[in-house]
Design a protein. Structure first.
Length: 199
């Protein structure tokens, strides 16, 4: 009964954070809600004894999303003074998200350390069970075609992103390497002979 209560609490937090991502008009708030959604999903994976998936979700998705968010901020040339002024305004939401994530971590690890039963399906695994090995075995046997299709789609997305970046646009300044190599001194430098000036 206690584990089900933890599950429903995590599910409500996940649903609320997902709604916050799509309803918030502030991109900083949306990113914080997204981080909370990822961490909450990782806690649900922990309750299912899928530790590898939980760690990968936190390390890959949370790290990638935050790095991407900072990259976009730098690309948009945001005024640093404006960002520093808004830090105090964003601090309460960031603190609230951090408190909820810490509470989720403490809850899940307390359930594991207290020896309470996990969710009814699947049953607890023996001590020598490796979910990473089980995931690899299922991924490369039963779902190998779906795995290859996902890899092909990701490769196609990378190629499409490169093509969109390298497309010709009017007014775009590009380098002409051959023209730079073929530059002569006479074309760029002009020596002028002047008489010395005296006061």
């Amino acid at each position: 009964m206690l584990v089900q209560a933890f599950f429903w609490w995590l599910a409500l937090v996940l649903l609320g954070s997902a709604l916050g991502v799509i309803t918030s008009r502030n991109p900083v708030f949306s990113a914080l809600y997204l981080v909370l959604a990822f961490v909450t999903s990782a806690m649900l994976w922990m309750l299912l004894e899928a530790e590898f998936l939980a760690i990968v979700l936190v390390l890959v998705y949370v790290g990638a999303v935050m790095v991407l968010f900072l990259f976009v901020i730098m690309m948009l040339d945001v005024n640093l003074d404006t960002v520093k002024e808004g830090f105090v305004r964003f601090a309460p939401v960031g603190a609230l998200v951090a408190i909820v994530m810490v509470a989720e971590l403490v809850t899940v690890f307390w359930v594991r350390s207290a020896g309470l039963p996990m969710l009814e399906n699947p049953p607890p695994h023996p001590a020598d069970y490796s979910n990473t090995e089980a995931l690899g075995a299922v991924l490369y046997t039963e779902h190998v075609y779906a795995f290859e299709l996902a890899a092909f789609i990701l490769l196609l997305a990378i190629i499409a992103a490169i093509v969109l970046t390298m497309r010709k646009r009017p007014g775009l300044k590009t380098q002409n390497i051959s023209a730079q190599v073929a530059v002569r001194r006479q074309d760029r430098v002009r020596l002028v002979s002047m008489d010395a000036e005296k006061d």
